[in-house]
Design a protein around this ligand. Sequence first.
Ligand code: NAD
Length: 298
Amino acid sequence: MANVAFIGLGQMGAPMACNLIKQGHALRVFDINPQVTEKLVRQGATGCNSAAEAAKDAEFVITMLPDGDLVREALFAPGGVCETLSPAALVIDMSTIHPLQTDRLIAQMREKGFSMMDVPVGRTSDHAIAGTLLLLAGGTQEQVERATPVLMAMGAELINAGGPGRGIRVKLINNYMSIALNALSAEAAVLCEALDLSFDVALKVMSGTPAGRGHFTTTWPNKILKGDLSPAFMIDLAHKDLGIALDVANQLHVPMPLGAASREVYNQARAAGRGRQDWTAILEQVRASAGLPEKSNQ
Ligand code: NAD
């Protein structure tokens, strides 16, 4: 069992620290809010008055803070982790922060002779309580192996993202997609309501289709990811169907900004001569817009 310092005991950090205690790790905790620190002390942690005090004698220092500036402050400001940190310790930032800030923090820690990795988490505070978070580990192979027993006290699944800074990058992609999809799903739900359709019926249909299940695991694997653009469902037809939905929404005064933007992407694909390609060729279209070369067979 390890000596762990835990800094940032909010919605996520408090239950994560609790799970570490339950697994038998010795916890020294710090939060700028003394009330939350006190709660953790009642669970068996040692409360500290600064990040530096928490990091003393720690083998692992975990930060779970709202943003990158606060992580930098917890590490480098007076009273911060670096004042007492042992060069043998491993700092694990589990916050969601800007990846370039992650790179800078890892580099600055390295310059001071300290080891740091990024392990942001997927899922919610309910999963933090249950100890079933998705752990997205960025770090060297040695760091990932060393941290795994401690990390698995907080999560159900650990994915090695492939190197320092890559945990936070894959988290960024995951959040981008799920956050944007949330807004797109809301557009569809509002159109459903405007059409007087039961949401339960829509739910039943969508939970078995790419609309509800997502394209990465449904339409893409056998087509675009294999480089096969022969049409199972053509871009021209997808463009037509999206147009009908937008037209209906327009008549019902339902604004569909994301759907309208998507139609422009299909427009671009058709203008680029992809109308008779499979709809998953939209990936090639977006790659082309980003100046990337074609990957698939025509
Ligand atoms: P929160 O605001 O509930 O908790 C942050 C805690 O950090 C607070 O208790 C605050 O007092 C403390 N704090 C702030 N500055 C500090 C400092 N300098 N030193 C010590 N403690 C300090 O936030 P949260 O929901 O626990 O989120 C933490 C991180 O996890 C964020 O980066 C968030 O994006 C990420 N995240 C959140 C969720 C979620 O569902 N809430 C899910 C995945 C990831």
